[in-house]
Design a protein around this ligand. Structure first.
Ligand code: SF4
Ligand code: MG
Length: 313
């Protein structure tokens, strides 16, 4: 894998965020150039916080975000701005952040003006070309945000991320609010964009089918930790962690083929403010043993490029 993609960023040990509501404890992963890394977990697992912390939107108490040999958490605000445009964010509903009084063309052009990129004509050309890339029409340039449907708004969200010509896009549940048919349109645009523009994607979602479709590699998060990580095909042919198995067993077709029955987890996901001792999953794990309550399982490579944190594996 190292050979296939140059290392792009290492998002190491991002943890214990300042805001107590989002206590991501210990997340480490690498993002390789040109790949899509899917970060999966239930709500409250810390996926969004991880994405936001990479961008400096949610401050972390400690950790590293290494991008192009720089620790983004240590550099000055000014230096950070230079890298910040390389990493863009697309989230669930871009509508809330689109100024309702401005025309789309203007909204898309704004970041270019702020960063003093190109002259008026060049900027307009750039906006028209991005509209085309995301499957919108030239006449959309003059429309207002409320005139767009849910799917079109997400195309706008993508357009706005793309206008700065980023290298990495962090997509936080970008299709969760959309109908299934619209979801696949947006996912296909993302896939195409990635190929054409050689983008690197961090794709955050709770949806197993979506992440399977879009990702090259997947990290499964539970309560602020990545408990399993593998290439997509390996993960789906052999999910190893009991939590991953439970998640996958809830997907109907998957259950029929791979796992004999649906694994129902008892209880709710515990509060990230007071995570369980030992293995964070022990309060809900159907396979937990005494050791799990006291000893944190090491996250280690058990097969080539397949890492898992569990005492039984
Ligand atoms: Fe379950 Fe123990 Fe493995 Fe944690 S370490 S996943 S509690 S068996
Ligand atoms: Mg979230």
């Amino acid at each position: 894998l190292e050979k296939k993609f140059p290392v792009y960023g290492t998002f190491g040990k991002l943890f214990g965020t300042k805001s107590h509501v989002n206590a991501v404890t210990d997340v480490s992963f690498r993002l390789y150039e040109g790949e899509t890394y899917g970060l999966v977990g239930e709500s409250g697992s810390g996926k969004s916080t991880t994405g936001r912390t990479i961008l400096g939107l949610t401050p972390a108490t400690s950790g590293q975000v290494i991008y192009q040999d720089q620790d983004l958490m240590k550099i000055s605000k000014n230096e950070f701005r230079k890298f910040r445009k390389d990493i863009q964010l697309v989230f669930q509903d871009p509508f809330s952040s689109l100024n309702p009084r401005k025309r789309i063309g203007h909204i898309l052009e704004e970041p270019l003006i702020i960063h003093k990129i190109g002259n008026q004509t060049e900027r307009e050309e750039q906006v028209y070309s991005i509209l085309k890339i995301v499957g919108l029409q030239p006449e959309h340039y003059f429309r207002y945000p409320h005139e767009f449907s849910g799917g079109q708004r997400q195309r706008l969200g993508l357009a706005r991320a793309l206008i700065m010509n980023p290298k990495i896009i962090i997509c936080d549940e970008p299709v969760s609010a959309l109908d299934v048919s619209i979801q696949s349109q947006i996912l296909n645009i993302l896939k195409q964009l990635q190929e054409d523009l050689k983008l690197t994607l961090l794709f955050i979602t709770h949806d197993i089918s979506v992440v399977r479709y879009i990702s090259d590699r997947i990290g499964i998060m539970y309560l602020g930790k990545i408990v399993e990580e593998a290439l997509t095909d390996d993960l789906f042919s052999e999910p190893l962690h009991p939590y991953t198995q439970a998640l996958f067993s809830a997907v109907p077709n998957f259950t029929r083929n791979r796992l004999k029955e649906r694994i129902i987890l008892k209880g709710e996901i515990p509060s990230p403010l007071s995570p369980p001792t030992g293995c964070v999953f022990h309060t809900r794990c159907p396979m937990a043993i005494e050791r799990c309550k006291v000893e944190v399982p090491a996250f280690r490579e058990v097969q080539a490029n397949h890492c898992v944190a569990c005492h039984l594996i």
